[in-house]
Structures are given as structure tokens and as C-alpha cells.
Design a protein around this ligand. Sequence first.
Ligand code: T4K
Length: 368
Amino acid sequence: MNNPIFVTRPYLPPLEEFMPYLNKIWDSQILTNSGQFHQQLEQALCEYLGVNHIALFTNGTIALVTALQALRITGEVISTPYSFVATTHALLWNGIKPVFVDVDPHTLNLDPAKIEAAITPKTTAILPVHCYGYPCDVEAIQKIADNYNLKVIYDAAHAFGVKINENSLLNYGDLSVLSFHATKVFNTFEGGAIVCPDAKTKLRIDRLKNFGFVDEVTVVATGINGKMSEFNAAFGLLQLKYADEALSKREKIDTLYRKLLQDVKGISCLGGYGKQSSNYSYFPIMVEADYPLSRNGLYDKLKEKNVFSRRYFYPLISDFPMYKGLASANRSNLPVATDVASKILCLPIYPALTQDEQLFIVDLIKKK
Ligand code: T4K
């Protein structure tokens, strides 16, 4: 293979199909601040995802920061060390202390059995992540939240379109936050959103993402500029037309990887939950001790052949300098996450990945 194979590639609809949207932007001269495409995309996403309200954002990180503000979260928040660093950064941006709890060895999501022991009088919320789009144990987490009067904000950056029991995964918890970054299954170049259940919360979120303005002369909160532009929203509308097609291409790739890798000693595939609870956004494998190479060895071997897999998520967030001093960041508190972070490798998966490219990747993994 001559061309590099990246861990992901964005799904780009034909360029000429974007031109009519751009013409409309040029005609209206409204480039941002809740224009026509912004409103249309919010509506279209509510319908596509099966949720009540969506507030679009400039990216997932600002959406996370704002979600915490919308629910006035303070004190301590329980979260996972096994995620992209933005999850925990959103807490620090709000002056909140993160409390890391270990993950479940199968889903790699926050382990509900370990949450209660981390709750203190200062705990106000739980911030779990649906890692790789695989659902958290939402029922168990909600039970704990109800017992201790805690809010639940899901970092659902990976979970676009995922359902459980025919219901959108995004309807669980108090709020869910999506990322529409270029590397995600559904992208708006940069972008993100907060999913919320009621109009009152949506209004508060809309104000917070617009500096806290209520009207031309009234500011009620220390809001930020988190608004998605018309360009991004228009691209989202176009991309949404191809969302199902992109998903089914990903599903085929996922199925083939599982088939080809099932007998490879020392390699285990995660997930495999099927259409009901996966969007095939990532293809994580574990490189176990009985594989001839270490995880990093396999990562390097693939890289030498121009296959750019990624170690999502290594290092653990709790190992980064701004977090490692926390008592909960101690590796002895996080044995599962520590182990998994040393074994994980995400293989390339995206709609345009060809069967030949997949065979090439698997062949490299199999070859001694
Ligand atoms: N919470 C979670 C759980 C998250 O995973 C993320 C983001 C967030 C919150 C925050 O959401 P945002 O604020 O980003 O909306 C990427 C993304 O930047 C990040 O969005 C994502 N998670 C994270 C898991 O991955 P990198 O540093 O790995 O991206 P990069 O630039 O190395 O891209 C990976 C590969 O994708 C490249 O090798 C080639 C390909 N690619 C990338 C871009 C940007 C393209 O083909 N085209 C592109 O435009 O962080």
C-alpha cells in the first residue's frame, strides 16, 4: 500500500452538493448567531437522533464546559480516566475537582460498582463517557445518582446515533454532549452539541453559549461564545443525508475485522454489540501478553508500513501533569484503566476504507 492509512477519515459528500448551501449563506449574509442552517440542523438532528432538544456548539469541549455550567455543577465530579483529555479539562475549566473512578474491563466505561465509594459530601455530579460509542451502564449509574441526588452529564462525544432498547442513548442522564469534530462519525468540520430534555434547560444553554445575553441589553450569566457558524451547520445538514450510508459502510468494516481477527492469538476485539448499541466509530483491539509483540511494538510495525493506528486512550488522563497529583489519580486506584491503556490500539475504520486495505492491515497484524 502506497497511500497512508489513517485511523479515520471524514466522510465528505460531493463538493458540488455543498454549493447551494453556500449560495444561500452568501445571499442571506447571515454567517452565524442562530441563522437558518443553525435552526434547521437543530431540528433535523432532533428528528434523526430521536431526542427532544439540541443546542449546537462550536465544538464538543465548549459544549462540555457549558453543560456543567448549565446545571450549576460545583465541588467534586466523578469521572473516568479513560477518555480524551477534554472530558476532564471541562471540569478544571469550571473550577471543579475531578475524582477518577476505575472502568469496567468489558465496556471500558465507568464501573458503576466503584462509584459509590468515591462519593463525598462535595460530590455534585457524575460525568461518564460512552467510550467508542459503547453505552455505559446507564440504569446502574442513574440509580446511584438518584440515591445521592447527583446530576449525570454524559460525555457522548463518540455516541452519535447509538440506541439502547430502541431509545436514543442520548436521552439518558440530565444532559448528553456530542462532538462533531472532523474525526467523528458525523462531523461539521468542528462542532458539538448538548442534548437536553426540556425547553427551559435549552434556553439556559442557548444563553450561555451566547455570552449570557437574554436580549440586546441584558446579560444574566458569564456565558461564552460557543455558537456554531452557518458554514458548519450547513455542512452538517448535507452530511446528515449520508449518515445512514456512512453507518452501514462502517458496520461492514467492523464485521470483516471481527471475522478476520477472531483466531489471531493475543488479539481481542472489543464491543461487538451490533447495530442496537454501536455506531462503529472506532475499532479498538487489545494486544494481550500472548501476542508476539507489545502494543507499542504493533503500533510501530503498522506505522512503518504507513498504517497509522492510534492508542486511544493512552496515556490515561489521570497521568497528565495537571491531574496526577490527585489522590484518585493514583494508579493503584485505577488498575483496570491502567492495564487497558497499555494494551489498547484503535485500528483504521471509516467509510472509504477498502477491503484490500483492511486485508493489508490484518495481514500485518498476523505476520510474525
Ligand atoms: N470527549 C471525548 C470523549 C472526545 O473523544 C473528544 C474529542 C471530546 C470530548 C472533545 O470534542 P471536540 O472538542 O474535539 O469536538 C482527535 C480529535 O481532535 C478529537 O475531537 C477527538 N475527541 C479525539 C479522540 O481525537 P487527535 O489529536 O487524535 O486528532 P488527529 O488530528 O491526530 O486526527 C486523527 C486522524 O484523523 C489523522 O491522523 C488523520 C485523520 N484526520 C484528522 C483530521 C483533523 C483527517 O483525515 N481529517 C481531519 O480533518 O484528536
